[in-house]
Design a protein around this ligand. Structure first.
Ligand SMILES: [Zn+2]
Length: 166
C-alpha cells in the first residue's frame, strides 16, 4: 500500500510532464483551468494564504535589492501554488505541483522579451495583491477573473509571436 497517495500522484505526474516538451500555450490554458477553479474555491481563512502573503513580501524585497528575475519568478510560482493549496483539493495541488518546473521555465524564458523587467515585476505584484485581497474578501468570482487576467497578461506580454488563444 502507498501511505501517501498525494505524493505518489505528484511524482507520477511530474515524471509524465518531465518526459514531454509541453507547448507553452497548453501549460497556460491548464494553469488558467486549475488556478481559476482554485481561486474561486479558496477559503478566506485558509492558512495557506498566510504563506502567500509572506511570499509577496519576499518578492517586494527581491525588487528592492535587484535580485534577478529568476529569483522573483521562483517566489511567484510558490505564491501560485499556495493559492492553489488554499482550495483544499489534494489532486489539484498535485497537478499544480507537477507543472511547477514547466511554469518556471516559460516564465523565465519570457523575461528576455520584456522591455522593462522592473515595471513588469511591479505590475505582477499589484495583481498578486488584488488576487489575494479578493480571496480574503470571500469574492471567489473576482479572484478567479483576476488570476486569469494575471496569467494571460504575462503570456501576452512575454510571449512575443505567440498570440494567446481564446
Ligand atoms: Zn504571479
Amino acid at each position: 500500500m502507498i501511505s501517501d497517495p498525494t505524493a505518489a500522484l505528484g511524482s507520477a505526474l511530474r515524471l509524465h510532464v518531465a518526459t514531454q516538451h509541453l507547448p507553452v500555450s497548453d501549460i497556460v490554458e491548464t494553469r488558467i483551468l486549475l488556478e481559476t477553479w482554485a481561486a474561486a474555491r479558496a477559503k478566506p481563512d485558509a492558512p495557506e494564504l498566510d504563506l502567500a502573503a509572506t511570499l509577496l513580501g519576499e518578492m517586494d524585497a527581491v525588487e528592492r535589492v535587484a535580485w534577478t528575475a529568476d529569483d522573483f519568478l521562483a517566489l511567484d510560482i510558490r505564491f501560485h501554488l499556495a493559492l492553489a493549496d488554499a482550495a483544499g483539493n489534494a489532486v489539484v495541488s498535485a497537478m499544480m505541483g507537477s507543472l511547477r518546473e514547466s511554469i518556471q521555465g516559460y516564465t523565465a524564458r519570457f523575461t528576455a522579451n520584456l522591455p522593462d523587467w522592473d515595471a513588469t515585476a511591479s505590475r505582477l505584484q499589484a495583481e498578486h495583491r488584488e488576487i489575494l485581497a479578493a480571496i480574503r474578501n470571500d469574492d471567489g468570482a473576482r479572484a478567479a477573473t483576476l488570476v486569469a487576467a494575471h496569467i494571460e497578461g504575462y503570456y501576452r506580454e512575454g510571449g512575443v509571436g505567440r498570440p494567446a488563444e481564446g
